[in-house]
Design a protein around this ligand. Structure first.
Ligand SMILES: [Zn+2]
Length: 273
């Protein structure tokens, strides 16, 4: 059974420790996720959530207050994407998303009363007897689409990207919309292009803060590129042997899409380390 936060004793636990402080997480001596006895055992009892298992050990998630007197090494979680195995990335995503949900659902969105966690499940329920609404973590689906035209791929950059960096285009799925409709709409809104032959490729949890990326491949169907003002600074079709700079992380869905495109056209994905 999962521990109830207010009865939890940190010192007794043994597992993987996903300790978040602000936007950073605690790193172990090897630069990965700390494993073993609780690295926070010297602190007074903190709320701890059990968020599944990894390699047979429980995963614990802790939201460390900024003022907590703890001097460990912290780092940006997305920098771990390339060093963790796939199952570790999944555990990290779950821990971060559950912590974000737990922070953001202390009060009921329907009636405003405080919520309380339920032991043994990732759910908070409303303390108002007349309401009793249950609040579960939610994910926000995002479509990310690699549009191809022969040996070219459509890449764009938004104004907040680092200088010179391009990526495949992406956008949130609207309420009541299918992922397929969202893919057609996003590409049209961002570039005025139409696409065809939409094919599902892969998905990836993206816990910044709680997205699920749904990757598609598609074929250019028509139109001339017109970038959406304020959203897309530049977009173009790039030949497989003349790709621009892309984000350096390799274990992301955008990298997988670009790498798959390169592989099918006989080119190595440029490693930008
Ligand atoms: Zn309520």
């Amino acid at each position: 059974m999962n521990p109830t936060p207010d009865t939890w004793q940190l010192a007794a636990a043994h597992g993987w420790w996903f300790v978040q402080r602000g936007r950073e997480i605690l790193l172990g001596g090897d630069g990965g996720i700390p494993r073993g006895v609780c690295p926070l055992a010297d602190l007074d009892a903190l709320p701890v959530l059990q968020v599944g298992e990894l390699d047979g050990l429980p995963c614990y998630a802790v939201d460390l207050p900024p003022a907590a007197p703890f001097g460990g090494f912290f780092g940006e979680p997305r920098k771990l994407l390339d060093s963790l195995p796939a199952r570790g990335r999944g555990a990290l995503a779950r821990a971060l998303e559950v912590l974000e949900w737990d922070r953001a659902h202390r009060f009921c969105g329907a009636c405003g009363a405080p919520t309380v966690p339920r032991s043994g499940a990732i759910v908070r329920h409303c303390s108002n007897e007349a309401c009793r609404r249950e609040h579960f973590p939610r994910v926000s689906p995002v479509v990310i689409v690699a549009v191809e035209r022969g040996d070219e791929i459509l890449l764009g950059r938004s104004p907040h990207f680092p200088p010179g960096v391009y990526s495949v285009l992406a956008g949130f799925v609207d309420a009541g919309e299918s992922a397929e409709d969202a893919a057609h709409r996003e590409i049209f809104e961002e570039t005025a292009l139409s696409i065809r032959d939409l094919r599902y490729f892969a998905s990836q949890p993206w816990p910044f803060p709680h997205s699920l990326m749904l990757g598609f491949q598609a074929t250019y169907a028509g139109g001339d590129i017109v970038c959406a003002p304020g959203e897309i600074e530049d977009a173009a079709f790039f030949r497989v042997d003349r790709l621009p700079a892309t984000f350096r992380f390799r274990q992301t869905l955008s990298s997988w899409l670009i790498r798959d495109f390169c592989r099918r056209h006989g080119h190595d994905f440029p490693d930008r380390g």
